[in-house]
Design a protein around this ligand. Structure first.
Ligand SMILES: Cc1ncc(COP(=O)(O)O)c(C=O)c1O
Length: 345
């Protein structure tokens, strides 16, 4: 059978030959002792790139978020975030189960919460209330469709947070998509943050790995918390080596993924007007209303599977399609053809 076209996520990419070579040749040591030169170099490089003092390699974005929130808040504290935040909905309830945190979701627009909303939500510090310890923003915002959190709004939100003594965490799983989409360097978002997490294993194309960056003191604490969560890894330079290749070769090419997503959205809107607004597609995600294509997302997903296209079929009529390094423009045309046939059927 021909290669499947996999639009389920940008996490589905296979490591490139260059990554596999780097993995095979990586110099390694026991990273729990701080002895792995490839990890140490990656952490230093990532911190410098993001304009922070230090970095910590973690296995996943979910662990990066947990480590960060644990550094910035104590059990019983509150994290203010946008209502669709990934850590709130898609990380197994970890903020409550592992960290004892309360979460205060605010309704955003396109994944963005405003400084006014944040200022109104942050609590004044009475002993009756939970402490508003952290404001968390997500950039790009997954469930809002890969939307960018504009840098000016991020700065304003951060000042509102700091005005009441709250810290700022940026879930920047796809921060480099935001950089490429806007031309604003990722370090500008890091500058408003106490902690920022980004992932090597999404659009950048590495098989595994995420990074937490922050000041040296926060990252010292982050190391302890990573160990507590079971994320202290040993000769993990084999993974850091692939992550380094992903960072060096994966950023600029994200523009192709964004072009492919835009072409996909425009093509879908041509087939069924109103099923998606292409002007809302800023990065590598397209959320499409699949009603004109023959049913709910599960039914449309099953039909696409028969055409060799993998998607996630949810219970609703909204389907997320994600572009990445292993999908090219010709495959996007093939996907559009399949949707056209479904609309006709
Ligand atoms: C915005 C965001 N944050 C965090 C994560 C978690 O990353 P991981 O799957 O590596 O735990 C994801 C995963 O898709 C994400 O989209």
């Amino acid at each position: 059978m021909d290669k499947l076209i996999d639009l389920r996520s940008d996490t589905v990419t296979r490591p490139t030959p260059e990554m596999r070579r780097a993995m095979a040749e990586a110099e390694v040591g026991d990273d729990v002792f701080g002895d792995d030169p490839t990890v140490n170099e990656l952490q230093e490089h990532a911190a410098a790139l993001l304009g922070k003092e230090a970095g910590l390699f973690v296995p996943t974005g979910s662990m990066g978020n947990q480590v960060s929130l644990a550094c910035l808040a104590r059990p019983g504290d509150e994290v203010v975030c946008e209502a669709g935040a990934h850590f709130l909905h898609f990380e197994g309830g970890s903020a409550a189960a592992h960290l004892g945190l309360m979460v205060r979701p605010l309704p955003g627009r396109a994944g963005v919460i405003t400084a006014d909303q944040v200022a109104a939500a942050l609590r004044p510090g009475s002993e009756h209330n939970p402490r508003s310890a952290v404001v968390a923003i997500e950039n790009t915002h997954n469930s809002a469709g890969g939307r960018v959190f504009p840098i000016d709004e991020a700065r304003a939100v951060a000042s509102a947070a700091r005005a009441t003594g709250a810290a700022v965490h940026v879930d920047g799983a796809r921060i480099f998509n935001a950089q490429v989409a806007t031309g604003v360097p990722a370090r500008e978002w890091a500058a408003v943050a106490d902690t920022l997490t980004f992932c090597f294993s999404k659009g950048l194309g590495a098989p595994i790995g995420s990074m937490v960056v922050g000041d040296a003191e926060v990252i010292r604490e982050a190391r302890r918390i990573r160990k507590r969560l079971g994320g202290g890894m040993r000769q993990v330079g084999v993974l850091a080596a692939a992550a380094r290749v992903a960072l060096d070769t994966g950023v600029e090419r994200l523009a192709e993924d964004h072009d492919n997503a835009r072409a996909l959205a425009e093509g879908l809107a041509d087939i069924a007007s109103g099923c998606v607004d292409p002007t809302e597609v800023e990065t590598n995600m397209v959320y499409v209303d699949v009603t004109p294509f023959g049913g709910d997302a599960a039914e449309v997903s099953a039909a696409l599977r028969r055409a060799g296209i993998l998607t996630v079929g949810g219970p609703t009529t909204s389907m997320r399609l994600v572009t990445h390094r292993d999908v090219d423009a010709a495959e996007i045309d093939a996907v559009l053809l399949a949707f056209k046939e479904l609309a006709r059927a």
